[in-house]
Design a protein around this ligand. Structure first.
Ligand code: NJP
Length: 227
């Protein structure tokens, strides 16, 4: 039974919605992010006995390792990891964007995912576990001037390459690729968007398949508005 799910970026948006959906399905949860106040509130809501909260900056390997150690001490195993933490927003295109935003975005969206994988894979190998990654519709498409899109192309590549590395281990890798989702990712609520729970449903679908079913990718976009 895949019963312990670790989620990075669990303090808000897609990660928090997935925590709620997984709690309803009976998972034990390891919820990680930098905002511990939000994680504590979410744990209270979900029933703290089945939830471990971990302060985590995904760009810090020491914090990633501490999270995994604490998860194993608390629950004894990790069955699935949803590497979901990410950030965006660097308008101006390649010629004009704020390069310090690039640095934060590349470190969080690409390097941070790599560190989460490196910290979690030993435990996941033992449980024949499941890795889920938040890529993006923007990681499959050409978006003018977007370094964010480029970081999500990298996540797509991580998903494909990781699946090959893990071939024969019984482990599975699922890329979750959302279109626009109404979350705090945007300063202003986007007009035409999915809800965070729509993405959570896709995560639960992939997680709940039997062991011989490896859901490789789920691309989810909002239905175009009626004309
Ligand atoms: O956004 P938001 P989403 N270390 O801002 C965490 C992708 N996506 O749910 O640390 C650790 O509500 C942050 O936590 P905190 C997107 O690229 C979105 O929409 O407390 N955690 C928070 O929990 C991202 O990969 C859309 O600030 C860090 C979470 O990440 C994922 O969906 C479309 C961190 C962000 O939650 C979740 O984003 C799409 C760090 N250094 C892909 N930095 C969309 N919304 O339209 C950030 O295709 N976090």
């Amino acid at each position: 039974q895949r019963n312990v799910l670790l989620i990075t970026g669990a303090s808000s948006g897609i990660g928090a919605a997935t925590a709620r959906a997984a709690a309803r399905e009976g998972y034990k949860l390891v919820l990680a992010a930098r905002s511990t106040d939000k994680l504590t509130a979410l744990a209270q809501e979900l029933g703290p006995e089945n939830v471990l909260t971990c302060e985590l900056d995904v760009t810090r390997m020491d914090e990633q390792r501490a999270m995994v150690d604490e998860a194993l001490e608390t629950f004894g195993r990790i069955d699935a990891v949803f590497a979901n933490a990410g950030c965006g927003g660097s308008p101006g295109g390649f010629s004009g964007a704020d390069h310090e935003r690039w640095q934060e975005m590349i470190l969080t969206n690409v390097y941070g995912v790599g560190l989460t994988l490196q910290a979690c894979i030993p435990a996941l190998k033992r449980s024949k576990g499941h890795v889920l990654l938040t890529g993006s519709a923007a990681g499959r498409a050409t978006i003018p001037g977007s370094m964010y899109s480029a970081t999500k192309w990298a996540v797509t590549g991580i998903g494909y390459n990781l699946r090959e590395e893990l071939r024969g281990t019984g482990m599975r890798v699922t890329l979750i690729e959302p279109g626009m989702v109404d979350t705090p990712f945007f300063d202003e609520p986007p007009e035409h968007a999915l809800a965070d729970r729509d993405i959570a449903n896709a995560v639960i679908y992939a997680l709940s398949q039997p062991a011989h079913v490896d859901v490789n990718e789920i691309l989810i976009r909002p239905t175009p508005p009626m004309e």
